[in-house]
Each structure stands twice: as C-alpha cells, then as structure tokens.
Design a protein around this ligand. Structure first.
Ligand SMILES: [Zn+2]
Length: 449
C-alpha cells in the first residue's frame, strides 16, 4: 500500500533532476514520497505553499571547520549548523582540525560526536586526519565511519596537526585504497617564495605563498594518483594554472577530484585592501583573470564541486588592528553565504540554478557516498529542501550572521538569493530568520546508509 503523505510542499518552481516545474513534493516521515502536479494533491493533505520561490535540494557542504570541542570560542556545532541551515545547507562534513583533540584517533572522533549532542541543526559527517605518527589509527578511524581523511603538505596553522611528507602518503594510501574512501589534501608545498617585506601588503602575502606552491603539490598528487588506486581529492583549489593537468589525469582514468571555494570565485586580489586580514586564507585569493579561469574550469567540469571551507577564529586572531597578514589567522567564514555568493556569480555569467545544484548539492553528496539519500528531489530521497528567492537582492549585515565570530569579508556585500525556509528530512528547521523546533540533525557515518 502506498503510504499517505504527511504534507505537501508546493511551489511554481520545484527543481527536480528532470527540470523545473510547478509541483507538489509529497513528504512522508523523513523522505520524499513523490513529486506530483499541484492539482493532484489528495484533498486531506496539508500544504506548505512556497509560492514562486525556488524549491531545490538542500546544499551539501563537504568542507567545514567547526572547532568544537577545544576551540569552541572560534566556532561550535550549534552556531555553525544554524548558520548553515540559514544558508540552505542541510548536510556538512566537519574537518579534523582545529578542534582539540584533533580527529586523528577513534577516541577523538567519539569525543567529537559526543560534543554534537543536541546541537546539530543539520546532518553532519566527519573526516579523520593523517599526521606523521598516526598511521596505526587510519584503519580504525575508517571503520568507525569517517567519510575520508584530511592531510596537509605544508604547515596546517596549528601545531597539533603537523603536516605529512610524501613518504607518509605513500604508506597511508594503500590503506585508504582498501577502504575505498578519499584522502583530501591541502595542496601547498613550501618551496621558495619571497619572505614578506611589508606584512600589511596583500601583494607581499601572495609573493610569500606563490601559485607554484600549489601547482607543485598538485603535480605530486597527480603522480601518486597514477601509482596508487586511490581517490585523491584536492581541497580549496585557488590556482587555475594547474586545472588542465588535473583534468587530463582524470580523463586518463585516475580517480582525482578537486573542489574550489566561494572566496576564490567571488573576490579578486586587485580589490583587497592592504591590512584587511579578513581576506587571509591559504592558498591566497588571486587576480580576477585567475577567478574567471576557475569559473571556466567549473563550466567544463574540470572542477568537481564547490565547498565553503568555512574556517572561523576569534576576532583577536584575525589581527585586524595591526593588519598583519603574516600574523593573522588564515581562514574565511562563509557558511551562511555560499548560496547567495555563488548564485550572484552564476547569474552574472549566465549559469543556471541546475548547474549550481550540481556543484553544491548533487556532486558533493556523491563525493561522500550519500548520493542515494541526498542531493536531489526524487522519490525515496531525504526531504532535505531549501526554498529561496533568486531574484531578491540583499546586503549582508552583521546582525543577520548566525556563525559565532561575525568577522567575514562578505559583510557589506550585496548579493542575490534570499533563503526563506530550510527543511531537514521533512522538518522545517529555519524560516525567515527564525529556527524552529529542536536541533534534530543526525550524525552521518560512512557505514550508516
Ligand atoms: Zn579547510
């Protein structure tokens, strides 16, 4: 017998894999039961009408730094997942740093899961970390359900998470290959670069961390992906110079993938004022021409998807008063704004909402192996939905920011795309600035469906 829907969400603009149409999404429990014409809604079925707003699958952000436990004053699960829900994100994956302890042991993973209790407004998965002395923990962490492993090829910014060297990767990759989960690599190799003369100058910061760091690290990863049958994923690509080499490797059949982030797709270094350390991130933001080449890479399918790399810290650590790029913490807070940032840029370049859904929901859901549950409006999928107005413009103001430390280079930006409601597995969790009910986000493990 076909179950009775609990309710229907209707809109003139529902985006399914088959295209956009006026439709009713029938919800039963946590799942999408069916998508039907509005005229076919059973007479006793309650309706939530979203009018002319776009209703599309909730976004999946596979690169977020929440920092709890241990550095909860930087960011915590409650504030990060609220900001995510307000931004139309329904699933995120948390990085193994900058929490204390870092997620490099099973015990640390359990501490992290414990810390999420009653705090998750959206679903949340985890990565484990690879550091020089934890090879014995890799297999147990994989069995405990992490969705992948993160490693650095240069200093991570915190001493508890030391970077690894090529030989560590060579020892670890066979284990990951056996487990079928990816290694996500911060791809910068510290080879050369001019030590900054003027720590307030953004140009000097770029010179101290040239594109060759990233290009060379990626060439090493390309080589390793050819030697080991393992999924290698390059996080937060900033240099467009190396895109054709990555694409060629994938075309040759090697499982290498790459993401980029809103700050590389929205800002251009020509416009960054000296001393404005809100823009510090690693690798650096490059010139407008590089940004356009990243967009071309997305268009051609050379870049697989987009993540926020939401990486907050306290205002003090951003060192705004001194404006010192050398001393400031590197990381940009953006989780609430990835949808309007990317949509504004898409709109300017003629990209469709379908393309945005692919880059920000469907492809990242596939990356974490959850594409049977997340990332599309289809029968049987989780009823993770966002309703938003792509034509409404607004300015980002501090008061409307939900993540913990409000410092962000997006403050004052005028963007298209206002989220009016977010549904997590059939439950409305956010509507017009308010959070509804209790936090009911679930932990997503590699082995729990
Ligand atoms: Zn990161």
């Amino acid at each position: 017998m076909i179950p009775t829907p609990d309710f229907a969400i209707t809109s003139q603009r529902v985006i399914t894999p088959q295209g956009e149409r006026a439709a009713a999404i029938l919800i039963h429990g946590e799942k999408i039961l069916d998508i039907i014409s509005i005229s076919e809604i059973p007479s006793n079925c309650p309706v939530e009408d979203m009018g002319n707003h776009v209703v599309m699958p909730g976004l999946v952000d596979t690169h977020v730094h929440i920092n709890e436990p241990g550095r909860t004053d930087w960011e915590g699960f409650e504030t990060a997942t609220k900001a995510a829900a307000a931004g139309g994100i329904t699933t995120l994956v948390d990085m193994p740093l900058n929490c204390i302890p870092v997620t490099t042991t099973v015990d640390a993973l359990h501490q992290k899961i414990e810390a999420t209790k009653d705090q998750l407004w959206i679903d949340c998965g985890f990565y484990g970390g690879i550091i020089p002395d934890n090879i014995q923990n890799i297999e147990p962490l994989a069995d405990a359900g992490v969705l992948g492993f993160k490693a650095f090829l240069s200093h991570s910014g915190i001493d508890e998470f030391p970077n690894i060297l090529e030989h560590h990767l060579r020892e670890t990759l066979p284990i990951l290959s056996k487990k079928g989960i990816p290694v996500l690599v911060h791809a910068e190799l510290e080879n050369g670069g001019i030590k900054s003369e003027n720590n307030k100058s953004y140009k000097s910061f770029q010179n101290s961390r040239p594109k060759s760091w990233e290009n060379n690290a990626i060439r090493l990863l390309i080589q390793l992906s050819k030697e080991f049958d393992v999924r290698i994923h390059i996080v937060h690509l900033s240099s467009a110079d190396i895109l054709s080499e990555i694409a060629q490797t994938r075309n040759d059949g090697y499982p290498i993938s790459v993401e980029t982030c809103p700050h590389y797709l929205h800002f251009a270094s020509e416009n960054i004022s000296d001393g404005d350390t809100r823009f510090k991130c690693a690798p650096p933001i490059w010139e407008a021409k590089n940004r356009e080449n990243l967009w071309r890479g997305l268009e051609k399918g050379m870049i697989n998807f987009i993540t926020s790399d939401h990486s907050p810290c306290t205002a003090e650590l951003k060192n705004m008063e001194a404006g010192d790029f050398e001393k400031a913490w590197g990381g940009i807070s953006s989780i609430q704004f990835t949808l309007p940032v990317i949509w504004t840029e898409c709109k300017a370049r003629g990209f469709s909402i379908d393309q945005l859904i692919h880059w920000m929901s469907t492809a990242p859901a596939k990356f974490i192996g959850k594409d049977q549950h997340k990332g599309q409006i289809s029968p049987g999928f989780d009823a993770d939905l966002v309703s938003w107005n792509p034509d409404q413009k607004y300015m980002i103001q501090k008061e409307a920011i939900h993540h913990k430390n409000k410092l962000t280079p997006y403050e004052g930006e005028s963007l298209y795309g206002v989220v009016n409601a977010t549904f997590l597995r059939g439950q409305k969790v956010y509507e017009n600035g308010e959070f509804l009910g209790n936090p009911t986000g679930k932990i997503i493990l590699n082995n729990n469906g």
